[in-house]
Design a binder for this molecule. Structure first.
Ligand SMILES: *[C@@H]1O[C@H](CO)[C@@H](O)[C@H](O)[C@H]1NC(C)=O
Ligand SMILES: *[C@@H]1O[C@H](CO)[C@@H](O)[C@H](O)[C@H]1NC(C)=O
Ligand SMILES: *[C@@H]1O[C@H](CO)[C@@H](O)[C@H](O)[C@H]1NC(C)=O
Length: 380
């Protein structure tokens, strides 16, 4: 297996693709990386994924999240955005904001006065973005809403938007905006902190903050989310939606339990077995540092084409340490090949080379770029 790894350096508003080809099976242009520009200070490049608007595999573009970008939404400051960037890029400024949501905060009447029902400023929309065939999801984990309570409160429930048909149909999906508020309920859920699609295209949303930070995993079909969607329906139960429920107190934050970490890595959170495999796979010396930082980028995809999903885990805060020297924060990506059902290979690691480069913050599949039947991978 010889995957081709893209490296993306996240330099403020610059996103640069250059290439590191393992085993040199196929060479991309090392001299001329593709550069996309986004607004300064917008965290352009915080997340990204490749996108095929049609079945045509050659029609490829890149979706880039900028969670602090200003948008045209009236009265909203730094709501965040996702950009559509044509590939290959003719010009670094060719990226355009996708209008997932053009609206202001919705209002409700309480005791005769109108007050905001939700708070979209600084909601970090675009912190996560994922695609699956023609489907796109992007989330705002720091979206707050007023809650169902009489006294006004602000709970960071998080929210996501799905789009299909090349962004001609949109719907909001905020599964933690329920009548179960506060930290003990779903009030601090931060839905969309992590998000992905299953192989079949079902949406999977991670909410690390639910039930006193035990976290929860929610799944729903995109067709069901779009079907019957209305801006006016604030509390909505999508047909066929599944949510994990609260476990006993032993799993609360005081116990940095499997469950919490598992939710951060929710796409691999099919079972604790897999979790144990992942943590056991982290090299001993890295354990102290790697443990915390592992809760970040994650991608499940079949890299070697054997029909079993493989797992890539990004650990952007990973610190490298040689003997007694000072640890250097460089970031790392772990690759686990699924050799049999839920049986994973020891990790293959790729360590960042740039100090504070946060290598591994985002991982996205490239598709079969060298047409050898294997998928390439892009990591940031
Ligand atoms: C967004 O707009 C606000 C107010 O206009 C400004 O203070 C802020 O710097 C802008 N942020 C970005 C990332 O452009
Ligand atoms: C509405 O106003 C009444 C009288 O001023 C007050 O007692 C009550 O608490 C208010 N309710 C809300 C929801 O603010
Ligand atoms: C898909 O949408 C993007 C962004 O709006 C647009 O630039 C592109 O031309 C569209 N592609 C197709 C195939 O319609």
């Amino acid at each position: 297996m010889h995957p081709c790894f893209f490296r993306v350096f996240f330099h403020g508003f610059l996103l640069i693709f250059s290439v590191l080809c393992e085993a040199a099976a196929f060479n991309l242009d090392l001299e001329k990386p593709t550069v996309y520009n986004g607004p300064e200070g917008s965290y352009f490049g915080y997340s990204l994924d490749f996108y095929h608007p049609t079945q045509d595999r050659n029609a490829l573009s890149v979706l880039v999240g900028a969670p602090k970008a200003n948008t045209s939404q009236p009265g909203i400051v730094e709501g965040g955005a996702v950009y559509y960037c044509p590939w290959p890029a003719s010009d670094p400024d060719s990226c355009r904001q996708i209008p997932f949501d053009k609206a202001n905060n919705r209002m409700i009447k309480v005791n005769g006065t109108r007050e905001p029902l939700e708070f979209k400023s600084h909601q970090w929309f675009g912190a996560t973005v994922r695609t699956h065939k023609g489907k796109v999801v992007a989330c705002a984990p720091l979206y707050h809403w007023r809650t169902v309570k009489v006294s006004s409160e602000m709970d960071p429930v998080g929210t996501c938007y799905v789009a299909v048909q090349n962004f001609s149909a949109y719907a909001e999906y905020s599964p933690c905006r329920t009548n179960n508020p506060d930290p003990e309920g779903q009030g601090f859920c931060q839905a969309g902190f992590s998000v992905d699609f299953t192989k079949e295209g079902t949406l999977v949303v991670g909410g690390p903050g639910s039930f006193y930070w035990q976290g929860q995993v929610i799944t729903a079909g995109v067709a069901e989310i779009l079907n019957g969607y209305s801006l006016k329906t604030i509390l909505r139960k999508v047909q066929g939606e599944k949510q994990t429920v609260a476990a006993s107190d032993a799993y609360d934050d005081s116990y940095l339990g499997k469950r919490r970490v598992c939710v951060f890595m929710f796409t691999v959170c099919l079972s604790y077995v897999l979790y144990a495999e992942l943590v056991a796979g982290v090299p001993r010396g890295a354990h102290n540092f790697g443990y915390v930082s592992i809760q970040y980028g994650i991608k499940v995809t079949d890299l070697n084409g054997d029909g079993l999903d493989d797992v890539l885990v990004g650990a952007p805060l990973y610190m490298d340490r040689e003997f007694e020297s000072k640890p250097r924060e460089v970031g790392r990506v772990y690759l686990y090949l699924q050799e049999d059902v839920l049986l994973f290979s020891p990790s293959i690691t790729l360590t960042g080379t740039h100090l504070f480069g946060r290598y591994g913050s985002a991982i996205a599949p490239l598709g079969d770029i060298n047409q050898d039947g294997y998928l390439g991978k892009c990591s940031c």
